[in-house]
Design a protein around this ligand. Structure first.
Ligand SMILES: [Zn+2]
Length: 304
């Protein structure tokens, strides 16, 4: 088989052309996707759940919403009979912590950056009493960096200051060499910049570059959300692309401010030059909302 034939055959295998139909269906339908080593991710509704599952450790990263958290937990119980050692929240947003309550009694601990419980409480109070009643908060928090040997795996949580929110965590599974970025990366789409949740675009750019520098060149990254064409699993290049986008957003907005243009005027552009793929049809977050966040950060500073 020459290289071209090999590539065609390989692509046929991955698209399922050579697989029996039943196996293809199972493969396509399982929301549990192995990534590398004992680490994988789960797709339900909301931010991507990451997991580490082996005979001596069980960890989840983020909890989505109650219903998909239940689906995750029941599927995981079929795969691993351990109780869960940790649920780690990458940040406080409802599509990452809304299922926390379902993990009580299943996960021994919920871990998050020290700013998360406060931000989560404030966001829930904004939404009303029903949301407040449905929260479950981290019982263990950390500042800066947290590391723990979990069976054969070593798990690290890193906070490099504010970015997407004021309490973001990068979760790194060292042996598997897989990192969950939470919403620090909305892969190749316009991100949510949560100004009221203490976002900081200028530092966010640094967080992504520091992460890409500190981890391995072949680290596999998982993202909270992604453009379907690119997915929620990627590489260092995707982190650089996101930080380049944020940098271009900030530079464009700063230049517009310097030239005395109003927010309305600077928001009229359709896309940032050379970031065409971020313009996903039907995506709920707009470039205009990103420009507004950058404008407020430049003119008023970050929210303290
Ligand atoms: Zn988020």
């Amino acid at each position: 088989m020459n290289r071209r034939e090999f590539l065609i055959r390989s692509s046929m295998i991955t698209t399922g052309a050579l697989m029996p139909r039943k196996i293809v269906k199972l493969f396509q339908e399982s929301p549990f996707r192995p990534v590398r080593g004992d680490v994988g991710y789960f797709l339900g509704r909301g931010g991507t759940i990451g997991w580490l599952s082996n005979t001596d450790a069980l960890v989840a990263v983020d909890s989505q919403y109650p219903q998909s958290a239940q689906a995750f937990i029941s599927g995981m119980k079929e795969r691993n009979t351990r109780t869960m050692d940790y649920l780690i929240n990458t940040h406080h947003h409802g599509d990452h912590t809304g299922g926390n309550k379902e993990f009580l009694g299943y996960a021994d601990h919920i871990l998050a950056h020290e700013n998360v419980p406060g931000l989560q409480k404030a966001a829930a109070e904004n939404r009303g009493p029903e949301t407040v009643a449905n929260q479950a908060y981290a019982d263990e928090t950390y500042t800066g960096k947290w590391s723990n040997d979990m069976g054969s795996e070593k798990v690290h949580c890193m906070n490099y200051g504010p970015g997407h929110t004021g309490g973001d965590t990068v979760v790194y599974f060292e042996k598997a060499n897989v990192a969950h970025m939470g919403d620090l990366v909305f892969n190749r789409v316009y991100p949510f910049i949560d100004r009221n949740g203490k976002a900081d675009i200028a530092n966010w750019i640094k967080v992504l570059r520091t992460t890409a520098d500190e981890l391995e060149s072949d680290t596999i990254y998982l993202f909270g959300h992604g453009n379907p064409e690119f997915g929620v699993q990627g590489s260092k290049e995707d982190l650089i692309r996101k930080s380049d986008y944020l940098e271009a957003l900030f530079a464009y907005t700063q230049k517009s401010v310097n030239e005395g243009r109003s927010l309305e005027e600077m928001s009229e552009i359709r896309q940032l030059k050379s970031f065409e793929e971020f313009n996903l049809e039907g995506w709920s977050l707009s470039l205009a909302s990103n420009i507004q966040a950058a404008y407020l950060e430049i003119t008023e500073g970050t929210v303290k």
